[in-house]
Write a protein that binds this ligand. Structure first.
Ligand SMILES: CCC1=C(C)/C(=C/C2=NC(=C\c3[nH]c(/C=C4\NC(=O)[C@H](C)[C@H]4CC)c(C)c3CCC(=O)O)/C(CCC(=O)O)=C2C)NC1=O
Length: 184
């Protein structure tokens, strides 16, 4: 498992070179923007159960066959496995966002998942839909752009200091896209 620092070291070692000034300045901004990153991780982690249950409920709402006999969220044992998988995926996305590197997500969560799902008959399009909803919801929490209309009684603003989160948002989005690509 790598993070932004060990990734830079591995890349330099592969070239048998020292860290370039470009690599050093990228790491400098990783440090100086660190609090923002922690806020973004916290925005997802502290709303995880809400993000996951909303995504799985949305996925089922759009495809109710999933909870009927023969559907992959039927019976409750499978429903529970699906909710658990949503939590697992979201948790690994937060690890990747914290580390600034996708390797933990790739190696410990996504490696072999497509094959496992194929063997178990877990439908890809539905899983992808749930990940898309988790992505939209997580990015809204990072940017505090979630609305009462969508949040209902559980509406919660993180209230972080407003600033430019575009790079972190794009990075977080890329980890969700990575999950989708690995399953598709
Ligand atoms: C650390 C990383 C890690 C991952 C990612 C993981 C996933 C994972 N999900 C599984 C099952 C499952 N996953 C689902 C998920 C779903 N069904 C649906 O219809 C939805 C589309 C979807 C939820 C979004 C279901 C229903 C099962 C049980 C399938 C079965 O037993 O028939 C299984 C088989 C073993 C088990 O049931 O526990 C694994 C290994 N396990 C891990 O240790």
């Amino acid at each position: 498992m790598l993070d932004a620092f060990s990734r830079a070291v591995v890349a330099a070692d592969a070239k048998t070179g020292t860290l370039s000034s470009g690599e050093i300045s990228a790491l400098r901004s990783f440090v100086s923007e660190g609090n923002k990153r922690l806020d973004a991780v916290n925005a997802i982690a502290s709303n995880a159960s809400c993000i996951v249950s909303d995504a799985i409920a949305g996925m089922i709402c759009e495809n109710q066959g999933l909870i009927q006999a023969g559907g992959n969220c039927y019976p409750n044992r499978r429903m529970a496995a699906c909710l658990r998988d949503g939590e697992i995926v979201l948790r690994y996305v937060t690890y990747a966002l914290l580390a600034g590197d996708a390797s933990v997500l790739d190696d410990r969560c996504l490696n072999g998942l497509k094959e496992t799902y194929a063997a178990l008959g877990v439908p890809t399009t539905s899983t992808v839909r749930a990940v898309q909803i988790m992505k939209a919801s997580s990015l809204a929490h990072i940017n505090d752009t979630n609305t009462e209309a969508n949040g209902g009684k559980k509406f919660r603003k993180m209230g972080a200091i407003q600033g430019d989160c575009s790079a972190l948002t794009a990075e977080a989005a890329s980890y969700f896209d990575r999950v989708i690509a690995a399953l598709s």
